[in-house]
Design a protein around this ligand. Structure first.
Ligand SMILES: Cc1ncc(COP(=O)(O)O)c(C=O)c1O
Length: 439
């Protein structure tokens, strides 16, 4: 296909006329499709229905150490859940605190407590003039939502296939004591699906922040969420690397079973150093007597061990891999070679990150919406919803049924072509300054 960047005015006009016809065909289909959120589909949820049978009224709800899960207590989580989640997170059970149903909630709590009570004896952030946070971009909108809610100034840091730009991070944290944290999704990142390289992880572990209470918020939400058995990303384990680097307290690592069993009804956990655990538990004990041990036990009985969980994840992959591949195939078929778009091809996680020409993302999303396909709002992948390039769109392929997803992806490519061709025509005299998007 011919590059749109080299088309004459007449060629662009002909293209636009043809695309408008295609677009109106989609409009007449009265679609109602949703590619906006990274939710598991019904078939994926059905995989975990055994959870509902794992505990019955006749079951013994006592743990191996005799703890009765029906009663109060055990703030840090039952031992067998710590072992299972420890294996999932590649951490020693002693470093793990099992929480409730959401890891995002744990992250929120960490920040909230840092504001009210401070981190390990440091000044509570509410007493500081300014708190700043590093935000690799594009990133996860709900992370940015938490830091925005607390009035934290967010500083975007560019991502590459290796992870966030470490030169920038090292410099900023060393210079500025107001920087207290960074959001990281180190494996199959949201939305690009990138995994941090060994060098990136090593450099994270060796950061020398000016702020003693700076913490890396290492959200390993997609640690075991591979799409392929033979192409899997690996990550150096951050807690062990921080310990080796003499920086044991610098990281909080988060995970949950949200996209393993039932989102919102799973279990979440934090892995961190003994010092951090002590600090957190001292505050947490005032917040709750203990989390839902019955649900922890239910998960343990359902999976039995990490092998059970790994086998379970293969079933998830079997359902969602064809969806990722369908989107990639349709994008390649309809957008490859036009120089108006690029997209990621992750080995795991829940998203594909799409970049169009600068200044087109909002309109592409609007166009798709008007034809019945809901996408994540443009700008969501940036702090304050402000993508300065207006180019990035997060694609979430997991939720719609495969055929719907194909239709939605085709419509999406028509919107991309139409909006891009119009953009190039409208800016024809400045086209020398317009470049093809690159990952
Ligand atoms: C990177 C990341 N972290 C956390 C979450 C939410 O996790 P939880 O359901 O455990 O709160 C998501 C959900 O999309 C996510 O993409």
């Amino acid at each position: 296909m011919k590059s749109y960047l080299t088309m004459s005015k007449e060629e662009l006009q002909t293209e636009i006329a043809a695309l408008k016809k295609e677009y109106s065909k989609f409009q007449s289909m009265e679609l109602e499709l949703d590619m906006s959120r990274g939710k598991p589909c019904k078939d994926q949820l059905d995989l975990s229905m055994g959870l509902m049978d794992a505990l019955t009224s006749g079951a013994d709800l006592c743990c191996e150490d005799g703890t009765d899960c029906r009663n109060y207590g055990v703030l840090g989580g039952i031992e067998e859940a710590k072992v299972l989640i420890g294996d999932m997170m590649e951490n020693n059970p002693d470093n793990i605190l099992i929480y409730g149903n959401s890891s995002l909630n744990v992250m929120y709590d960490q920040i909230s407590r840092s504001f009210t009570h401070g981190v390990m004896g440091n000044t509570p952030w509410c007493q500081l003039d300014k708190v700043k946070w590093l935000c690799p971009v594009p990133g996860y909108d709900r992370h940015f939502g938490i830091t925005e809610y607390f009035g934290i100034e967010m500083i975007p840091v560019p991502m590459s296939t290796e992870g966030p730009d470490m030169d920038t991070i090292e410099k900023l944290v060393a210079e500025d004591e107001a920087i207290k944290g960074i959001w990281c999704v180190p494996k199959y990142s949201n939305p690009q699906g990138y995994s941090y390289s060994d060098e990136t992880v090593r450099r994270f572990a060796r950061l020398k922040p000016a702020a003693k209470d700076f913490r890396i918020y290492w959200d390993n939400a997609y640690g075991i969420h591979h799409l392929y058995e033979d192409h899997q990303d690996y990550l150096i384990e951050i807690l062990a690397e921080c310990k080796r680097a003499g920086n044991p307290d610098i990281v909080y690592k988060f995970a949950s079973t949200s996209k393993i069993t039932f989102p919102g009804s799973g279990i979440a956990a934090l892995a961190t150093s003994p010092n951090n655990l002590e600090d957190i538990k001292n505050q947490l004990k005032h917040q709750t007597i203990g989390y839902d041990k019955v649900n922890q036990l239910r998960h343990v009985r359902f999976f039995k061990d990490i092998h059970g969980m790994v086998e379970h994840m293969k079933k998830h992959a079997g359902i969602i891999r064809p969806k990722f591949e369908a989107v990639e195939e349709i994008f390649e078929e309809n957008l490859q070679g036009l120089d108006i778009a690029c997209w990621t091809k992750p080995n795991g996680g829940y998203f594909i990150s799409f970049d169009g020409l600068d200044g087109t993302a909002k309109e592409i999303v609007d166009r798709a919406k008007k034809a019945g396909v809901k996408l994540t709002p443009a700008g969501s992948t940036w702090p304050y919803h402000k993508d300065p390039h207006d180019s990035n769109i997060r694609i979430a392929p997991t939720y719609p049924p495969l055929e719907d997803l194909r239709t939605a992806s085709r419509l999406f490519t028509v919107c991309v072509r139409l909006v891009s061709a119009q953009h190039l025509l409208d800016n024809y005299d400045e086209r020398a300054n317009i470049t093809a998007p690159e990952q």
